[in-house]
Design a binder for this molecule. Structure first.
Ligand code: SF4
Length: 55
């Protein structure tokens, strides 16, 4: 399960850059496009500056 809390997301694009197979930008905010918890998704979760990503 991969989730982005769009109420917290600032649209910084870090997650989509670190884990493009898991996160895409949609209307300026990130959304999860895969439920697979990959190493890249874990990296993005750790790098999100506002802790908007839940794995
Ligand atoms: S890293 Fe966090 S704040 Fe930045 S786009 Fe992704 S979910 Fe949003």
């Amino acid at each position: 399960m991969v989730e982005v809390d769009q109420n917290l997301c600032t649209g910084c694009e870090i997650c989509a850059s670190v884990a493009p197979e898991t996160f895409e930008m949609d209307g300026g905010l990130a959304k999860a496009v895969s439920d697979e918890v990959t190493p890249e998704a874990e990296q993005a979760e750790q790098q999100c500056p506002v802790d908007a990503i839940t794995l």
